[in-house]
Ligand binder design. Structure first.
Ligand code: DGL
Length: 282
């Protein structure tokens, strides 16, 4: 039984678990490492089960529990669910199952976008599963009422799958972005929320399309919440006196399926190239 009990003690020098359905969570890990350089990181890419966004909630929850149980068995002191889709489907279940564990999860950046929007129209790019979740619908509804901002959700079906193939210059990725983004620009959005942690990997393609469509003087901003998640984790670790002091920002990276894309993506994200992605059966 790997659920935590009330008597569980955490070691400040223990590692922090971070996971995603694939490489997307590395876009969050980048911010975590920048903010918390004295920690040790365990990363899992659930590449055998990617994409989560086209799976049922039950399947996603089962994967999240499996991965978290594995991390708990490795004595982690905190967990980052670096996946919007996993957060929407499973964060509440994980919080209930591991009440003592510091758990930080994603929230698509609707709030910062709404607060800064001049046009009062905000586009949200995310997976199908995130957009159909009650968690997302509630956030959208609450913020629309509070700020009078209109949110336009756009499910980017197929995009995670293409990113996971590891070639960020692939025509398939460019075609999908050219399918999903222009209708939002045509509706006068001034913010595009990257509501999936894979999308920062293709932010440069989205930026290029925006410039091609609206010119260099455009005022469309992309919103990524990786940095806010890192700040939140730092705050919680500090409050619970669990900030690490002996870690050297090292990363142990594992994938449940093929490790090749993870290996490639690690070299984009890490300032060192000596992290070897390993397989794990879960
Ligand atoms: N990175 C995940 C997210 O943030 C991708 C989900 C998927 O595997 O479809 O939503």
């Amino acid at each position: 039984m790997s659920s935590l009990t009330n008597t569980q003690h955490f070691d400040k020098d223990a590692a922090i678990g971070v996971f995603d359905s694939g490489i997307g969570g590395l876009s969050v890990l980048k911010h975590l490492r920048a903010q918390l350089p004295k920690e040790k990181w365990l990363y899992i890419a659930d590449s055998d089960y990617t994409p989560y966004g086209e799976k049922s909630d039950e399947e996603i929850i089962a994967r999240c529990i499996k991965i978290t149980d594995f991390f708990i068995a490795q004595n982690i002191k905190a967990l980052v669910v670096a996946c919007n889709t996993a957060t929407a489907a499973a964060a509440a279940v994980l919080r209930q199952r591991y009440p003592e564990l510091i758990l930080v999860a994603m929230e698509p950046g609707l709030k910062p976008a709404a607060l800064h929007s001049q046009s009062k129209v905000v586009g949200v790019l995310a997976t199908q599963s995130t957009l159909r979740s009650n968690k997302f619908k509630l956030l959208q509804q609450t913020l629309s009422q509070e700020t009078q901002v209109q949110f336009i959700p756009q499910a980017c079906v197929g995009l995670v799958n293409e990113i996971e193939k590891g070639n960020l210059a692939a025509n398939e990725i460019i075609e999908l972005i050219h399918r999903y983004v222009p209708p939002l620009l045509a509706q006068n959005v001034d913010h595009l929320v990257l509501g999936c942690t894979h999308y920062p990997f293709v932010a440069h393609i989205i930026e290029k399309l925006i410039v091609e469509t609206l010119g260099t003087a455009h005022n469309v901003k992309l919103i990524d919440t990786g940095e806010a998640v890192a700040r939140r984790l730092a705050h919680l670790l500090e409050t619970k006196k669990l900030l690490g002091s002996s870690g050297e920002n090292e990363v142990l990276a594992r994938a449940t399926g093929s490790t090749s894309t993870l290996q490639l993506a690690l070299s984009f994200v890490m300032d060192t190239t000596d992290v070897l992605a390993q397989s794990v059966s879960l």
